[in-house]
Design a protein around this ligand. Structure first.
Ligand code: SF4
Length: 355
């Protein structure tokens, strides 16, 4: 048995070496998932998944050049630009998100960093969304010390700022801000007392050493991010990565498992790219230790078929949303889900051996 296979489930470490991480990646798939499951079960209920809703509060026209991003003003992706959303509209969407079962509301703006004039609006959004009883998260780009403190004072729970990839591969993906800029924003978020959401993207042409490098950067921070989104590249026409090769789904699942082992107490989130995953791949990701999802890339309501599909998958897997608030009409929702599953059993997703 290698050192990697002897990892005690409770160990929280901040001194991972690249070789140790590569050793984890090199394990047979079943062994890797077995270790990840042990670590996961030592810290979490494996049948609970945290559910967040994402709302784009300012879309497109971003001056940065992130090669994967349709919101960059440098690429012609046909994305419609939208100005900063009104506070009342954000609150309305947050209310709908809560009604659909989300416990956290994430607000994202396509900015290099927020301007002084934007701060009163975004802090007001935080206050009002929080007053609804939702956890709040924002992603607004790089922050100064003052901006981080303003957001913390408004009551912001989480700040998202991804590292995207390894320091070595980073220059292939972004040239308009440095890796160090990103690390400094994460430090400011911590210093202001907020929780950190930081992860990266898999499938941008990086190698296993880069995936190991990204996870090392995250796990070797003085404190592990509370939330670690692992995104699968969505190849958007018009971006430099539109022709990137297909990612082997098992490579993605391996990343989830290694992230789970290295950051045992963090929520590992399935984020962008989930729409492209089959139900079976998502189930494998949960088995590997993912325990957080975005409830769709846009704000969803209970009537939205995609959100309903998520709930059907949860039900088929026996998963409960974390901190799920029981609704008065829960029995009705359950019955509806049962009926939908029974209906689908007759067609698409079960193999009929009798045929
Ligand atoms: S900073 Fe954010 S919004 Fe802007 S191009 Fe990069 S990923 Fe897209």
């Amino acid at each position: 048995m290698t050192a990697a296979q002897q990892i005690p489930a409770a160990t929280i470490r901040h001194d991972w070496t690249r070789q140790e991480v590569l050793d984890l990646f090199a394990l047979p798939f079943s062994d890797l998932l077995f270790i990840a499951q042990q670590v996961h079960r030592a810290h979490f209920d494996p049948n609970r998944v945290q559910v967040s809703t994402l709302c784009s509060i300012k879309t497109g026209a971003c001056p940065e050049d992130c090669a994967y991003c349709p919101q960059s003003a440098r690429y012609d992706t046909g994305l419609e630009r939208e100005k900063l959303m009104r506070v009342e509209k954000v609150v309305e969407e947050a209310r709908a998100a809560k009604a659909s079962g989300a416990t956290r509301f994430c607000m994202g703006a396509a900015w290099r960093s927020p301007k002084k004039k934007d701060m009163p609006y975004v802090t007001q959004m935080v206050r009002e969304v929080k007053a609804l009883g939702l956890e709040t998260c924002m992603t607004l780009g790089m922050l100064s010390d003052e901006q981080a403190q303003e957001l913390a004072d408004a009551g912001l729970d989480y700040y998202n700022h991804n590292l995207d990839t390894s320091p070595e591969y980073y220059g292939e993906i972004i040239t308009t801000r440095t890796y160090q800029d990103r690390l400094e924003t994460l430090e400011r978020v911590r210093a202001a007392g907020m929780k950190v959401c930081a992860g990266g993207i898999i499938g941008m042409g990086e190698g296993e050493r880069d995936r190991a490098g990204l996870l090392m950067q995250l796990a070797n921070l003085p404190e592990h991010p509370e939330s670690v989104p692992i995104n699968m590249l969505v190849r958007v026409a018009g971006t430099p990565l539109e022709k990137e090769r297909d990612l082997d789904p098992f490579e993605f699942i391996r990343c989830i498992a290694v992230a789970r082992i290295m950051m045992p107490k963090s929520h590992v989130r399935l984020s962008a790219g989930r729409e492209q995953m089959s139900d079976e791949m998502q189930a494998l990701a949960f088995l590997a230790g993912a325990n957080s999802i975005f409830y769709g890339e846009k704000l969803l309501t209970t009537a939205n078929p995609e959100a309903n599909k998520d709930m059907q998958l949860f039900k088929r897997l026996g998963i409960q949303p974390e901190e799920y608030q029981q609704h008065a009409d829960e029995a009705e929702v359950e019955a509806e889900l049962e009926a939908q599953i029974a209906e689908r059993r007759n067609d698409s997703f079960f193999y009929n051996a009798a045929k």
